[in-house]
Ligand binder design. Structure first.
Ligand SMILES: *[C@@H]1O[C@H](CO)[C@@H](O)[C@H](O)[C@H]1NC(C)=O
Ligand SMILES: *[C@@H]1O[C@H](CO)[C@@H](O)[C@H](O)[C@H]1NC(C)=O
Length: 336
C-alpha cells in the first residue's frame, strides 16, 4: 500500500443504492458525485488507492477507471469484510436517496439514508477509519432564520432526505466527541455536473442543459425566481479534497457549509442565452417547489473560508460554459 503525504492512502467511496429507484430510467446511472469523486481522488492519490463500490453493475467506463466492488450499505458484515480485505483507511459515504426521490420512497430512504449511516459510522469506529459524509442545504428548513443567520441555527427540515442528513451530522459530531472519531461533513448546495440528474431538487440546473442541447426547449419545475445555492462539481470536489486534507487543528467544527454562488432558473437561462440564442423555457412548478422554498437562498460558508481557506473558482458564467461543453460531449458520446 502506498502512503501519500501524511495520509494512508486508501479510500472507499461507497455510493450504494442511491439510484436504485431510478436505475431503470437512466441507463448509465451511478451516484452523481461518486464517480467524478473517484476519478478526481484517483488522479491525486493513485488509481489503485481508491475503491468505488455500489450494488449496481458498473458501466465499462466506470469499471475500467479503477477498482470497483460490490458493497451493500445495509449489510454490516459485508462492509466489515471489505474494510479488512482491502485494508481501508478512509470511508467516503455517498449513499443516499436525494430530496425529491426520497419523498417518493420514504421507507427506502429511511433504510438507505439512516440505517446505512448507522452501519458506516459504527464501521468507522470499530476500525478507526476516517469518515466523510456529505450533507446538504436540505438540512435546513422553513424555520431556519434567513436573516440574520447565526453560526448554529435551527435545522428542522421537511424532507426525509433533510431529516436523515441532520441525523448524520449529529451522529457524526457525537461520535467525534464521544469516541474521537475523525468525522467530517460538508453541507453542499446543488451540485451541477454533466451527468444526468439524480433526483434532487436543484437538478433543474442540470436538466436544462440536457434538454436545451437535445430539444431546444426546457420546462422547469421551479418558478423562475427560485433562488438556490449551487456549485459546479469541480468546486465540490476541490472542497471535498481540501477539507479532507485539512489538519484537525485547523477545524473548529466537524460540519461546514460550502457554496459557490446562488442563482434563479431565470438568471441561469439568461446566461445560457448568451451562448445559445435560440431555445425556449417554460415554467410549471410541481411539489419540488415546496422543497426549494424551505431551503436557504444564499448559503453562508464564511467559516469554511476562514478555517481551511475554502474559495470557489467556478462562477455562473464559467459554469454555463463548462456545462455546455461537457453535456455536448456526453450527448455525442452516448447518443441517448
Ligand atoms: C460566528 O463565528 C465567528 C467565528 O467563530 C464569530 O466571530 C462570530 O461572532 C459568530 N457569529 C455569531 C452571530 O455568533
Ligand atoms: C450554514 O448556513 C446557514 C444558512 O446559510 C447559516 O445560517 C449558518 O450560520 C451556517 N453555519 C455555519 C457553521 O457556517
Amino acid at each position: 500500500m502506498v502512503a501519500i503525504a501524511r495520509f494512508v492512502a486508501r479510500f472507499v467511496a461507497i455510493l450504494l443504492l442511491d439510484l436504485r429507484p431510478i436505475t431503470f430510467k437512466i441507463a448509465r446511472g451511478l451516484g452523481q458525485l461518486g464517480v467524478e469523486c473517484a476519478k478526481y481522488l484517483r488522479g491525486k492519490y493513485g488509481r489503485e488507492n481508491v475503491i468505488l463500490s455500489d450494488i449496481i453493475k458498473p458501466t465499462t467506463e466506470v469499471f475500467n477507471d479503477g477498482p470497483y466492488i460490490f458493497a451493500d450499505i445495509l449489510d454490516f458484515k459485508g462492509l466489515q469484510k471489505i474494510v479488512v480485505d482491502h485494508r481501508v483507511d478512509w470511508l467516503i459515504h455517498f449513499s443516499a436517496l436525494l430530496s425529491a426521490i426520497g419523498e417518493q420512497n420514504v421507507p427506502l430512504a429511511v433504510r438507505v439514508n439512516i440505517e446505512g449511516m448507522h452501519n458506516v459510522i459504527e464501521l468507522a469506529k470499530q476500525y478507526r477509519l476516517r469518515i466523510f459524509v456529505p450533507s446538504t442545504i436540505g438540512a435546513f428548513g422553513p424555520d431556519s432564520p434567513r436573516n440574520p443567520t447565526p453560526n448554529i441555527t435551527v435545522q428542522r427540515p421537511r424532507t426525509i432526505y433533510g431529516v436523515s442528513k441532520v441525523h448524520a451530522e449529529l451522529l457524526g459530531e457525537y461520535y467525534y466527541y464521544k469516541f474521537g472519531l475523525d468525522f467530517r461533513c460538508l453541507r453542499f448546495p446543488g451540485v451541477i455536473s454533466s451527468d444526468p440528474p439524480g433526483g434532487g431538487t436543484t437538478d433543474y440546473a442540470i436538466a436544462i442543459f440536457h434538454d436545451v442541447l437535445r430539444k431546444g426547449r426546457y420546462e422547469c419545475y421551479l418558478r423562475p425566481d427560485t433562488r438556490l445555492p449551487m456549485m459546479h462539481v469541480k468546486d465540490a470536489l476541490r472542497a471535498l479534497s481540501n477539507f479532507l486534507e485539512a489538519p484537525n487543528k485547523m477545524l473548529h467544527r466537524r460540519v461546514y457549509n460550502v457554496t459557490s454562488m446562488s442563482f434563479t432558473p431565470e438568471e441561469l437561462a439568461d446566461h445560457m442565452f448568451k451562448y445559445i440564442p435560440d431555445f425556449s423555457i417554460s415554467y410549471k412548478p410541481d411539489s419540488r417547489q415546496d422543497i426549494a422554498d424551505s431551503w436557504p437562498q444564499v448559503f453562508d460558508d464564511s467559516e469554511a473560508r476562514r478555517d481551511w481557506n475554502w474559495k470557489p473558482e467556478v462562477d455562473l458564467d464559467n459554469l454555463v460554459k463548462l456545462m455546455l461543453k461537457e453535456v455536448k460531449e456526453k450527448i455525442n458520446d452516448y447518443d441517448y
